[in-house]
Design a protein around this ligand. Structure first.
Ligand SMILES: *Cc1c(COP(=O)(O)O)cnc(C)c1O
Length: 464
């Protein structure tokens, strides 16, 4: 063993590159990455040796291979979502159906008619690819796709209400995590928010009083992630539409999650559908592609053609246009929606939300013993939990589910042991994400569909 206790004893860059380990790394990952990594680890080693640490040559080789792996491994990678939140924003929201994945692969590989009209041989419109199905499924005259729903709201307000006033109920001035706050979006869109009513109660007459010569439109925002209970009143979409139309103003509804199907027919809580919102009189409805719709990240605006055309003419549109992969995936997801009988099997979001409780329970019981085998010092049982829909959809409705509940056996400090265990699960080749609450680590198995991969992956679990 070569012991290195002085900077002069550190190997040269060439020595490490010509070491059999270095050569192997170069073969696999290319010289450039390996040379850079050698320099990085040598600089680090030099600092350590100067500080008085003695290091082994072998540990340099190990550090080199780790540094190379760190550089080449993608930071963004798949994880197993056992948090119990089906549409988890931090975990990438909706899982896509196979047909959408295939559609993306098909257009990713080569050229496509993204903006090319095959009929005329002239320039085409990328928005056409999803518009027909969106109209068919929602009953809208026209529709437009942008990168996400925040963009959809921004584009709508900027196109229709710049330098004008938009009355919104005080009970609907929401913040949806971090950057999306309705008042801020209004300001960025260049319009003036007129707060109407009170936090808990807003009446039709409040809107009537707020409407003036500078009013551009009325807006209704779906209060996606909270609920006000008790002495409350909000203005129904129908009434708001009636007031707006009486003053010759459009009504814009930000539905947030926005579903195209009747969730109650899948034994799920009711959520206003896009068709219902349009039917109630909204002139434009905005919603996300990757929430209850179960598709790719996108924002969808559906409604009156003249308004959609105004949005399309806004220069901002160019900065928000969806890419071909999004459009391909979205089309496939919309296509599935035209066949409701297949939807529940083929759309992962709906399949997971409506998954049979006894199937979840059987799965939890089956894997509990395997997980127990790998978790010495812990007790693993299958226990009832409530899953959440997530992404602000139906915030107060939860779904009965079953989790692996892991607690610490014996008298160790449970908190730190659970934190360590959760970290060990996150360190697996496919990281497994659960949540710690009430003195236990919980893995809700509602979203676990690939049992074999989970078990195989688990073999790598190391508790230290
Ligand atoms: C989620 C949500 C948004 C933002 O949608 P993104 O697709 O995340 O940009 C806007 N409005 C409401 C009501 C929402 O629930």
């Amino acid at each position: 063993m070569t012991r290195i206790d002085k900077p002069e004893k550190l190997p040269s860059v060439d020595r490490l590159l010509n070491d059999p380990n270095g050569v192997e790394l170069i073969c696999e990952f290319g010289a450039s990455v390996v040379i850079r990594s050698v320099k990085t680890i040598l600089a680090r080693a030099r600092a350590q040796v100067v500080a008085g640490t003695t290091i082994e040559y072998a540990s340099l080789l190990k550090a080199l291979s780790e540094e190379v792996m760190h550089t080449v491994t993608p930071s963004l990678r798949p994880v197993i979502n056992l948090t119990g939140t089906v549409l988890h924003t931090n975990l990438g929201r909706a899982a896509l159906p196979e047909s959408a994945i295939k559609a993306m692969i098909d257009v990713a590989r080569g050229a496509s008619n993204l903006e090319y009209d095959l009929e005329t041989g002239k320039r085409g419109d990328r928005h056409k690819h999803a518009e027909d199905l969106l109209c068919y499924l929602t009953g809208a005259d026209a529709a437009l796709v942008v990168n996400n729903n925040a963009a959809a709201v921004l584009l709508t307000l900027n196109s229709l209400a710049k330098r004008k006033e938009v009355p919104v109920s005080r009970g609907e001035l929401i913040e949806i995590g971090g950057a999306f706050r309705m008042p801020d979006i209004m300001a960025q869109a260049g319009c003036k928010l007129i707060e109407v009513g009170t936090t808990n109660r807003t009446h039709g007459k409040d809107f009537e009083l707020a409407i003036g010569a500078r009013t551009a439109l009325l807006m209704k925002v779906h209060t996606s992630n909270f609920e006000i209970k008790g002495f409350t009143k909000s203005v129904s979409e129908q009434l708001l539409a009636e007031i707006a139309h009486r003053h010759n103003l459009p009504l814009v509804t930000d539905l947030g999650s926005g579903t195209l199907i009747d969730l109650e027919s899948h034994q799920l809580p009711h959520e206003t559908t896009v068709t219902e919102a349009l039917g109630a009189g909204a002139d434009l409805v905005t919603f996300s592609g990757d929430k209850l719709l179960g598709g790719p990240q996108a924002g969808i605006i559906a409604g009156r053609r003249d308004l959609i055309n105004k949005l399309k003419r806004n220069p901002m549109m160019r900065a928000m246009r969806p890419d071909k992969l999004t459009l391909a995936a979205l089309h496939a997801v919309l296509r599935l929606h035209t066949d409701p009988s297949r939807l529940v099997m083929e759309l992962p979001t709906l399949r997971l939300l409506s998954r049979d409780h006894s199937e979840i329970a059987r799965l939890a019981t089956r894997i509990a013993a395997t997980v127990q085998d790998k978790c010495e010092g812990f007790e693993v049982i299958a226990a009832p939990v409530q899953s959440q829909i997530g992404s602000g959809a139906l915030p107060s409705d939860t779904l009965a589910s079953v989790a692996l509940k892991i607690t610490v056996s014996g008298k160790r400090r449970p908190g730190s042991a659970l934190i360590k265990l959760a970290k060990a699960f996150r360190n697996l080749p496919v990281p497994v994400i659960g949540r710690i609450t009430d003195g236990a680590l919980w893995f809700d198995v509602r979203c676990l569909e690939d049992e074999c991969t989970f078990i195989e992956n688990l073999q790598e679990l190391t508790l230290k």
